[in-house]
Write a protein that binds this ligand. Structure first.
Ligand SMILES: N[C@@H](CCC(=O)N[C@@H](CS)C(=O)NCC(=O)O)C(=O)O
Length: 256
């Protein structure tokens, strides 16, 4: 199977950690995608053209990181499951997953706002408290967590993506000097421990050294279409939906 995802490993990717935890990483071919760069569009196999996208050898395409994570969990090769069986533990894990994923989506939304020369301050002021309260809830949760489940994996992705974006200049009330650890000791201790798990440490802060060219990506997209019985020339695939704002610096517009 092929995992189309961003090879930027200065934040933690849920689907990668799940694949490692359940022992199926070796069955995955990584296909690097830079969604905002020209030539990497997944639109031909995923109408949302978003990463992550998982293509099975049958030609079936799964998207939405939650679906990908649950699929990988369902084919566990080592008996480990990060999705608890139905019951209180499952609803707790899925609620923490939802919080983490919506936190990630809000961070993405604010990152898009930041691409503009005049970011909408009301948008930032509206969303920032949601992030702060969620971090507080993650701190409360961290004090009671015993197992490493899908909620924990989502939380690692949310925090590291936020940390990556928040060091960039943001308009108020966000601050360039913001540190999520301040006043959240449980979360800080839990995080520092969790990132030492082999499933996380194997990729976090590593550099991707395979082929990450647009041609490679588009050849793999064409391969998925072929597996679906469609005959498409890689050169004829859509290139990108994203056009940077006219006066955005390349630094801002290329950020993942
Ligand atoms: N809720 C989605 C979020 C996926 C997502 O937002 N992916 C972004 C990565 S920053 C993306 O592909 N953006 C490119 C685009 O929207 O064109 C999931 O969990 O799969």
């Amino acid at each position: 199977m092929k995992l189309f995802y961003s090879p930027v490993h200065d934040f933690i990717h849920k689907s990668v950690v799940v694949a490692e935890e359940v022992g199926v990483w070796s069955s995955i071919e990584e296909v690097p995608v830079y969604p905002r760069k020209h030539g990497y569009s997944l639109a031909a196999i995923n109408p949302l053209a978003k990463v992550p996208t998982l293509a099975l050898d049958s030609g079936a395409v799964l998207f939405g990181s939650q679906v990908i994570a649950e699929y990988l969990d369902s084919i566990s090769a080592n008996g480990v499951h990060v999705y608890p069986a139905p019951g209180p533990d499952r609803w707790d894990a899925l609620t923490r997953l939802a919080q983490a994923d919506i936190f990630f989506d809000i961070t993405t939304r604010l990152t898009h706002e930041r691409l503009l020369d005049e970011p909408g301050e009301h948008i930032i002021a509206w969303h920032w408290p949601k992030l702060m309260r969620s971090l507080d809830r993650m701190d409360e949760d961290a004090a009671r967590l015993k197992k490493f489940d899908i909620g924990c994996i989502g939380t690692l992705q949310a925090i590291t993506y936020f940390e990556r974006q928040v060091v960039l200049p943001w308009p108020p009330p966000a601050s360039v000097y913001f540190n999520w650890r301040d006043g959240r000791p449980n979360l800080a201790v839990w995080f520092d421990h969790a990132i030492q798990r082999p499933s996380v440490a194997a990729h976090f802060k590593t550099t991707f050294d395979g082929d990450d060219s647009p041609d490679f990506c588009q050849a793999k997209v064409a391969g998925v279409l072929q597996a679906q019985g469609k005959n498409v020339n890689a050169g004829a695939l859509p290139a990108s939906d994203f056009t940077p704002p006219a006066n955005a610096s390349s630094d801002r517009s290329s950020q993942h």
